[in-house]
Design a protein around this ligand. Sequence first.
Ligand code: UN1
Length: 512
Amino acid sequence: QNNISQVLKNLNILDLNPAYSTGNEWGASPDAQILNSDSPVNGKNIARCKMATTENYNAIIIKAEEAHSYWRSIPAPKRGEIIRQFGDALRKNKEDLGTLVSYEMGKSLQEGFGEVQEMIDICDFAVGLSRQLYGLTMHSERPSHRMYEQWHPLGIVGIISAFNFPVAVWSWNAALALVCGNVCLWKPSEKTPLTAIACQHIIAGVFKANEIPEGVCNLIIGDKVIGELMTNDSRIPLISATGSTRMGKAVAVAVGARLGKSLLELGGNNAIIISEHADLDMSLIGAVFGAVGTAGQRCTSTRRLIIHESVYDTFTAKLVKAYGQLRIGDPLDQHNHVGPLIDTDAVAAYLNSIENCKTEGGNFIVEGGVLQGQAYTSGCYVKPCIAEVKNDYKIVQHETFAPILYLIKYKTLNEAIALQNGVPQGLSSAIMTLNLREAEQFLSAQGSDCGIANVNIGTSGAEIGGAFGGEKETGGGRESGSDAWKAYMRRQTNTINYSNTLPLAQGIKFDL
Ligand code: UN1
């Protein structure tokens, strides 16, 4: 607890924090509602925040619009230099911020540090990008004409993030959006406001040192009301939202109705195919980390194992043994593998899914349940469990954000691929095989229908260098690496005539 007080102090977290920030200025209304942040680790209140009002929101948008006129005129490599300094500031704060992520969200300390590392990595990536942001040049059909395209910033980018990666997903969006010349407005999850406030203090320190005006990077603490103001606001050309499919559909409808752009990262229902040609020991690590890491609360968590009948018994025996060795408890204690779920609502959803699975005929080979006792007073610690199921059970088609792993047996690879694809979601997928034909078929157009498809790696833990996201109900958005930056810019095609005449395209004659 002493350690946590020091961490909060180092990160400038107060007992009662303001509702919004435009950079170095923070504020709240006198009649602001209060949001509590309680730790799932021990149920204790960490700190409180004020919540923003509609008036606060409108004032931020006006600041942000002003700031955009300034920020878009700064050369991209200079914007990159600011992000380079932000990456350095994150390196200095990695230990504290990673610890707060672990304490406020409940993931293991290692994963908390890993999350901050993802932030540092995306900053490095964005710095490189800031000297690229390439457009193409193309040949004109007309003589003495030149055609090319360039990429311009959009304006205000709205970022709505989830509790499970409370800081990294914001940074993927913000680092790219900022080097692209946008300004940002971040609404973090109500379940993890403090890690967001900590990040805002870190980036604001960099802005202050560089005399960047207010309004470039904004934070707003609020609930659904603020989320709806953002999605309906045509002053925000792009909304990037991470969360449930239900939330994403509401965002898509609101943003679509005003013909805005949305970038959606929604639910997954990720499977690993364990082939008869798999290295079973390697598969075991991928499957167990994928299913129980972050207590099954990643959008890339492994929800289903599709196992070849010839290795089914051997592999399930290994799984059951591994689950028996899992240490569940305080995530800040590095001996533990699995921490708590985010809150007691999540525990209720976990229990409900187990019940539904049993009703549909699921056979639990590792039983679940809520842990009780001194070490588990928050009521958020649950046992990772495993059930043998059919892929078409309603509960198996649904993403439960908890450590429940479903096992399905298969005979042929075609059948396994059909099972893997036979869910509404399409985020991450994997095959464990040492057989080249199988691996290539899985990656081909006849193979996985997901945004991420891996061979001999589990479904979670993607690197930032690739584009991250998925198909179908996962929402279709791509964030982070590759050319995901294009989502944060508008493309402009330019044709320049340096001849003495004005020839029309398509050979049209128009003489005056
Ligand atoms: C998420 O769960 O919202 O690939 C993001 C992974 C992490 C990111 C997960 N790098 O598991």
